[in-house]
Design a protein around this ligand. Sequence first.
Ligand code: HEC
Length: 267
Amino acid sequence: MQPKTQMRLVRLWHAALVGGFAVAYLTGDEDTYAMHLFSGWLVVGLVALRFILPLKLNRPNRPRYFTWSILAALGMAGAAAVSGVGADVLPWLEDLHEGLAEMSLWVALAHVAAALVVFKGRKWLARLKPTAVVGALVLLLAASQTALAADAARDAILATYAGQAKAENPAFAGFSAQRGEALYRAKNSVNPDAASCAACHTDDPTRAGRHVKTGRVIEPVAVSANPKRFTDAEKVEERFVRDCKSILGRACSATEKGDYVTFMASR
Ligand code: HEC
């Protein structure tokens, strides 16, 4: 094979590996598990391919640390991906997989830093064009995908509450962020430790809260600050049951729940 063709192949392979790794890294949570599995297998395949393919690249004046950074990045990405495949079968590998995945991100960044030094100035960008393009595309796609998936899940939860609200009250005419805010800030007298939802979730829902009793940090509840909010129907319902009972001394109606979520989605 011509050296030029070889180099082109390697760049394409590199772009695919970066893309696969980025997608796998960004889709670690439950909602996007199929995509996570697919991209993880892609990384396994691509790392294996690199060791199988008999490419002899002629790069006489490549500094040794750069070669090491390549081997380390490959090894870590491979280990992370293989442990992930393993964890799919053996759940106790999960922690190891997460640790390796975090580490491999740092090793990959070190490799990028080494590459920046080796391909000084702007030259590196020209050499890594496919990788840069794929990287940017993948990031955009993954960001929009996760945001879209989260929005769809939240809409589904709201639709369920709307159906229940209509059943509870035929005059129901949609949720209101204003009513949600009033519910959020209203002072009650049931719980001596926490008068309002804001007691734990703070006056400004875009900020992190703190459990009034345990002192444990609670992530922001406003969707703008925490896009994962109100996307897991079971967890949302569970918390409504618990928090409404402990703060209001009663269950929240479907209208109240929908108002609350609508308020948080508007923040
Ligand atoms: C005593 C502290 C405390 C108070 C007061 C409180 N919550 Fe919570 N809330 C929590 C904790 C802890 C969580 C779970 C941790 C998390 O989701 O970050 C939570 C989570 C939630 C969730 C889940 C959100 C999601 O994305 O899954 C909802 C819904 C919720 N709270 C509603 C309310 C409502 C409504 C009120 C007021 C009636 C309220 N909370 C008051 C502590 C509190």
